[in-house]
Design a protein around this ligand. Structure first.
Ligand code: HEM
Length: 303
């Protein structure tokens, strides 16, 4: 398989930095060259700060892709889904580029972030930046373990990366979806622990799945089966973010197909069912965007 961007499948870290950009028109050639060098920047800083477990990836917005690489498009590339059901919807806020940097050191993330922003300065506007961090023992601000059931080992690659059969030109790439959720924590904290557990569908302390599930629990509405009756899975690379004014989850799904995220999101919103994910009463998606993170080989060969 083509050399993939290691940050797509990397194991959890302590800190992350998310940079979302809008490209200035007419800079495509320069942007392609900078993106082609991104993994070698990561490798250089990784050697200098080997204990930091640094990794990262660059991803190109689905709407910007045709401008940047007009001759070659990943087979399943599509815009962020436009679902609305009842009071709940998932806003689409397209970005042209998403740079994801993570490590166990906030200063190393900052160094890499400033370096890449300096490189891109003439070609892009920085639209949003978010710092994620590990909270307690890998929990979300709701107090529940986040992504505890993520795939492990080689399975991470199988779930997250396009394989040769699916799309030979884009093998090793990954369809990426992001949503920045802002939690309504005073509402959430007004619930009893049992009520919170029913919303998530898991025990708070142990993360055990509740034997009795409400049909609108997060567990139930995210457990979606495909046409072969197999569980739809994405690699969840989300992390909490927060300031003294707002706290939430920066949700990131990496998958070999964009359909997985779309189906789970549709199920959570109750697009085709009377049950929507009750967690949506306690958190709001403020952004949402779809990207493709190509393999390192693709980025280098298509400068
Ligand atoms: C504010 C946003 C969200 C919060 C606080 C949240 C929280 C959680 C928690 C606590 C779990 C159980 C932990 C585990 O996997 O062991 C979980 C699982 C999961 N979440 Fe989310 N999640 C959020 C958004 C999303 C979104 C946007 C999606 C997909 C569209 C999603 C899909 C899933 C899936 C598929 C699971 C595995 C189900 C399970 O085994 O419990 N989540 N989430």
């Amino acid at each position: 398989m083509a050399k993939f961007q290691r940050g797509v499948t990397a194991e959890a870290n302590l800190h992350s930095l998310y940079l979302m950009f809008k490209a200035r028109a007419g800079n495509e050639a320069e942007i392609r060259t900078i993106l082609a060098g991104f993994q070698s920047i990561i490798e250089t800083y990784s050697e200098d700060y080997s204990e930091a477990e640094l990794s990262g990836f660059v991803a190109i917005g689905s709407e910007y892709w045709p401008q940047l690489y007009p001759n070659k498009t990943p087979i399943q590339l599509c815009e962020f889904p436009n679902f609305k059901a009842g009071h709940h919807f998932a806003p689409s806020t397209p970005y042209d580029l998403f740079i994801h940097i993570r490590s166990d050191r906030v200063d190393v993330n900052h160094l890499v972030g400033t370096y890449i922003c300096h490189q891109l300065a003439e070609c892009v506007y920085l639209q949003e930046q978010v710092k994620g961090f590990r909270y307690l023992d890998g929990r979300d601000f709701t107090g529940f373990i986040e992504a505890g059931d993520n795939p492990h080992g080689l399975k991470r690659q199988q779930v997250a990366l396009v394989n040769e059969k699916e799309d030979p030109l884009f093998a090793g790439g990954s369809y990426i979806h992001i949503q920045r959720y802002r939690h309504l924590l005073s509402l959430w904290q007004a619930l009893s622990e049992t009520e919170q557990e029913n919303v998530i569908g898991r025990e708070k302390l142990s993360n055990r799945i509740l034997a009795q599930q409400d049909p609108f629990s997060h567990y139930q509405t995210t457990h979606v089966l495909d046409e072969n009756n197999e569980l739809i899975q994405v690699l969840n690379q989300s992390m909490p973010y927060g300031t003294m004014k707002s706290e939430g989850l920066f949700y990131i799904a990496c998958c070999h197909t964009p359909i997985a995220f779309e189906q789970v999101l549709a199920s959570r919103l109750g697009v085709e069912s009377e049950y929507f994910d009750q967690l949506l009463n306690f958190t709001r998606a403020e952004t949402g965007a779809a990207f493709f993170a190509p393999s390192v080989d693709f980025l280098i060969q298509n400068q």
